[in-house]
Design a protein around this ligand. Structure first.
Ligand code: PMP
Length: 305
């Protein structure tokens, strides 16, 4: 993760990053009252262009998160896509970046009724490399459970709910692992701290269903879509912990994580302990696609230049 860029977009304006500061009593800082997205844009040396991946889909989810949470965004989906293009152009971005749109309750007040409180919408871009080691990670199924759909709408990507991910990852890291896997209240696999989970068994892909307490990942959807091109079947079904241990391959998907092989879970070697062939095939196709090398999916890419 690199440093911030020259400009950030705040409430419709590009302003210098050092001027984009918030007061100490900001509601979202105290109560986690924000909705956000994580989007990637990839630099393609072949076409000398920067491509934002599935920008519209991310902003649709952003709008849905805001609607669920009762946070006003103030800008339409197309306006936000255009703002993102404008931001990347202003910063003359010619490298891979992570884009962080956020809408948060920016009023300085101690009041849990957010209905009439002021909100701020911002978009920030940062240079970004690998989030997880692409050669494979070791994961721990932590004892903290994923917040259940009945306790909070987990389809919404809300700031405050990320403390569940933070404490899970902390637990995994303290125990010497790279990433956490959280089970849901019923004991089935939910997701990683910031990724969806897939397993491969006898050539078939399995991933937890969206009605379980997971974020409906856009990378998850991308993988389900492209798996068909590779002649693979994907079944959305509940996955148990022992199915993780005995899988042929396991991988994480996420905007930041892309497609990351999981080679060890709770000290059990997955497959032969190396990234599996199906994981690698999907990863390679995904990386080609996001760089604009798969013509069929060019509609998922927003060129910046
Ligand atoms: N689950 C969680 C908890 C996440 O934070 C993310 C990252 N946004 C994902 C799954 C993957 O979602 P996406 O593929 O849309 O980035």
């Amino acid at each position: 993760v690199g440093e911030l860029m020259k400009y950030v977009w705040v409430n419709g304006k590009l302003i210098p990053e050092r001027e984009a500061v918030i007061p100490i009593l900001t509601h979202a800082l105290h109560y986690g009252t924000s909705v956000f997205e994580g989007i990637r844009a990839y630099w393609s040396p072949e076409s000398n262009n920067l491509y934002i991946f599935r920008a519209r889909d991310h902003y649709i989810r952003f709008h849905n998160s805001a609607k669920i949470m009762g946070i006003k965004v103030g800008y339409g989906i197309d306006e936000l896509v255009d703002a993102t293009v404008e931001l990347l152009k202003a910063n003359e971005v010619r490298e891979n970046v992570y884009i962080r749109p956020i809408a948060f309750v920016s009023a300085s007040t101690v009041n849990l009724d957010i209905r009439d409180l002021e909100t701020t919408t911002a978009i920030i871009a940062i240079p970004f490399g690998h989030y997880l080691e692409p050669k494979g990670v070791r994961a721990k199924v932590v004892s903290w459970l994923r917040v259940h759909n009945s306790m909070f709408p987990m389809k919404a990507k809300v700031g405050g709910i990320y403390v569940n991910s933070v404490i899970a990852l902390l637990d995994a890291k303290i125990s010497g692992f790279d990433e956490a896997i959280l089970l849901n209240r019923d004991g089935y696999v939910a997701e990683g701290s910031g990724e969806n989970v897939f397993i491969v068994k006898d050539g078939v892909l399995y991933t937890p269903p969206t009605y379980d307490s997971i974020l409906e990942g856009i990378t998850r959807d991308t993988v389900i879509t492209i798996a068909k091109d590779l002649g693979l079947t994907v079944i959305e079904k509940r996955i148990t912990r022992e199915e993780l241990y005995t899988a042929d391959e396991v991988f994480f998907t996420g905007t930041a994580a892309e497609v990351t092989p999981v080679v060890n879970i709770d000290g059990r070697v997955i497959g032969n302990g190396q990234p599996g062939p199906i994981t690698l095939k999907i990863r390679s196709y995904y990386m080609d696609l996001v760089h604009g090398k798969v013509s069929k999916y060019m509609s998922w890419l927003t060129p910046v230049y």
